[in-house]
Design a protein around this ligand. Structure first.
Ligand SMILES: Nc1ncnc2c1ncn2[C@@H]1O[C@H](COP(=O)(O)OP(=O)(O)O)[C@@H](O)[C@H]1O
Ligand SMILES: [Mg+2]
Length: 210
């Protein structure tokens, strides 16, 4: 069945995809490749290897059987046909009060939280990834949303960049060989923590210069 994306439900876009609220279920989003995406210019076989929708769907199906706690990632519900091309359906991350959601990069830059709140959230996220053996390949703060779950409570949710961004032999080893997988999981979890502290240092630096 072909779904027509309601263009007025546009949420946001990243480098590769436009994201819309699902017209039939507001708890979900549909992600479609941007028409300007460089991927669409590649030959079919390359396109399949780099298509974020396929990579997201592939990795989610790989882990969904063994992971039971989805509190810091979005579930994927598979690929569908839309009037804007192939779409990936996933959980929508929303604030409890319906206010506009920000990613962690913007939230830290804007100083929305205290340092200790931020550090607690970042460590919670890193521990979640390690405990559940989930690889955060593109471990950037822009791929993490700061979800407001109550008046003064927050949770970090990864909306993009899980698994591996390629489908080659090295990636296969990282995904399927226990010890190699664990090392990669840990390295990526440490990476999100260090990117957070790098941003903090940068912000402090800019403040000093003023
Ligand atoms: N599950 C989601 N719930 C709410 N907003 C989302 C969700 N996924 C993506 N977004 C919004 O859309 C933007 C782009 O999505 P993303 O998956 O990062 O696309 P890209 O592959 O282009 O980087 C995000 O920065 C975020 O603001
Ligand atoms: Mg992104």
């Amino acid at each position: 069945m072909m779904i027509t994306v309601d263009k007025s439900l546009f949420l946001s876009s990243g480098g590769e995809r436009d994201v819309y609220t699902h017209p039939q279920d507001s708890s979900k989003v549909i992600k479609v490749l941007k028409s300007s995406s460089n991927i669409l210019k590649l030959p079919e076989n390359k396109r399949r290897q780099l298509n974020d929708n396929l990579l997201d769907d592939y990795y989610f199906r790989l882990i969904e059987g063994r992971v039971s706690n989805f509190s810091h990632i979005t579930r994927c519900y598979g690929l569908i046909e839309t009037d804007l091309g192939q779409g990936l359906v996933a959980d929508r991350v929303a604030n409890f009060d319906g206010s506009e959601i920000t990613d962690m990069y913007d939230a830290v830059s804007a100083g929305l939280l205290t340092d200790s709140q931020e550090e607690k959230l970042i460590h919670e996220l890193a521990d979640y990834l390690t405990d559940n053996r989930i690889i955060f390949a593109d471990a950037y703060l822009t791929n993490v949303l700061l979800q407001k779950t109550g008046q003064n409570s927050y949770r970090l949710v990864i909306i993009d960049g899980l698994g591996l961004r390629k489908r080659d032999i090295k990636s296969w080893l990282h995904l399927h060989v226990g010890i190699i997988n664990r090392i990669r999981v840990k390295r990526q979890a440490e990476r999100i923590i260090s990117r957070y502290f790098m941003l903090k240092a940068e912000l402090a630096d800019n403040k000093d210069k003023k």
